[in-house]
Design a protein around this ligand. Structure first.
Ligand code: GLU
Length: 420
């Protein structure tokens, strides 16, 4: 019998392809640790459903552009598929597949009853007007409509999408259904059934993970954040609120550094370019600063074979998905660096997405404190499990997180059995 295993020697190695290779490498390591048989490993290496769509978009000048969109459901053994939608020019089917796979392990690791999915459109959202973006979003959702639904597959924000995008998705789905279906997406505005605490959830989770891994007082601990966006900016704020000294932040426009600490609130209010009380820094230099904690919170593949030997932070907390390549991971591990892996460190987002969905399904809402307590419990519980699994097996936190996540999905699959 021939099995469908993604080829590892594509003609063109895109960043997305590299992300998928990283995800497959991590799966292989976990499968070996768990002693999974080849059939099960292959099933977990391949998405259950994968849809590519062409999305026609009417531009303001009347022209029609066509962009590629994707929705991948990697696994649904433990519950409905769950994962964000990314609008980014570099997005391709490989990247979306890798991100969907990471969602599967992430949900299993933190113990929420979902499988993993991801969506994406290869487009630069900053080059579109709001009306173009709305038309694009609605048409893309229409194309993937057969796959999504509150019991099947629940999208959320990711890079390049936000609350407004989620509102358009909720509306498009609801108009098709004939009634309002708030539970079809998470990360919605509060007025449409969003949850208190969802907007800052990923960042809050990064803070919880960072402080758990630090294991000492955060006072004066220095932090550099690569990617001062949705996740990174609030992570910097929460770490600063906890007593850390955020000395450097960057986004696509540039990087700033001040050894005495930056005013994160001012940076969030006015942006990096307007910030005066700091030195400009090269984007690569930020990653290599001598800080206690480095938070990569941008895209995949930021820490590579090339720059890993120069990274001096002793603790890396991955706010982004897939920021460290397997080669870089090995170099850093050998150098004694602790890495809190993406599927643990950034799980706060999907945890509060789950809480939002639960509230939607019961048409009820919880206080900010109830949400925060539940988020903290799940994050700290998962952190403790990863730490003890790593110690018991003598493996890294990333390997341990994958062993737990992959193991739970494999177990669910085996308990259910194979149909037919
Ligand atoms: N896009 C986020 C992630 O990568 C959140 C996904 C969700 O809330 O479903 O974890």
């Amino acid at each position: 019998m021939t099995v469908m295993v993604p080829s590892r020697t594509p003609a063109l190695i895109t960043p997305g392809r590299q992300a998928l290779d990283s995800a497959l490498f991590q799966l292989d390591q976990a499968a070996a640790q768990l002693g999974l048989d080849d059939g099960l490993r292959t099933m977990l290496a391949t998405p259950r459903r994968s849809l590519t769509v062409s999305v026609p978009v009417r531009r303001e000048d009347g022209r029609m552009d066509v962009v590629q969109g994707f929705r991948v459901q990697h696994n649904v053994s433990r519950g409905p598929a769950k994962g964000g939608i990314r609008f980014h020019p570099g997005t391709d089917i490989y990247e979306v597949t890798a991100l969907a796979m990471w969602m599967t392990w992430k949900c299993a690791l933190v113990g929420i009853p979902y499988g993993g999915a991801k969506g994406g459109v290869s487009v630069d959202p900053t080059a579109l007007t709001t009306r173009e973006l709305e038309r694009l979003t609605r048409r893309y959702v229409n194309e993937i409509l057969p796959l999504i639904g509150p019991e099947k597959d629940i999208p959320a924000p990711d890079v390049g999408t936000d609350e407004q995008t989620m509102a358009w998705i909720m509306d498009t789905y609801s108009v098709n259904a004939g009634y309002s279906v708030p539970g079809v997406v998470t990360g919605k505005p509060m007025t449409l059934g969003g949850s208190l605490g969802r907007a800052g959830a990923t960042s809050r989770g990064v803070q919880i993970a960072a402080l758990s891994a630090l294991g000492r007082s955060p006072d004066g601990v220095t932090v550099a954040v690569q990617g001062f966006g949705k996740v990174g900016a609030l992570a910097a704020q929460y770490l600063s609120d906890a007593g850390c000294k955020v000395v450097a932040v960057s986004d696509v426009s540039g990087a700033v550094y001040n050894a005495n600490g930056l005013d994160v609130a001012e940076l969030r209010a006015n942006g990096i370019a307007a910030y005066r009380d700091a030195d400009a820094l090269g984007l690569d230099e930020l990653l290599e600063l001598d800080v206690d904690i480095l938070v990569p919170a941008a895209l995949e593949g930021a820490i590579t074979l090339e720059n890993a030997p120069r990274i001096r932070a002793r603790l890396i907390v991955e706010g982004a998905n897939g920021p460290t390549t397997p080669e870089a991971d090995e170099i850093l591990t050998d150098a004694g660096t602790t890495i809190v892996p993406d599927i643990l460190a950034n799980a706060g987002g999907v945890i509060v997405s789950y809480l939002e969905w639960v509230q939607n399904m019961q048409a009820y809402s919880w206080s900010a404190n109830e949400v925060e307590v539940k988020l903290r419990d799940l994050m700290e519980g998962a952190f403790g499990e990863v730490k003890s699994t790593a110690a018991e097996r003598g493996i890294t936190l990333r390997q341990a997180a994958h062993v737990i996540g992959v193991g739970r999905v494999a177990e669910a699959h085996q308990m259910r059995g194979l149909y037919p």
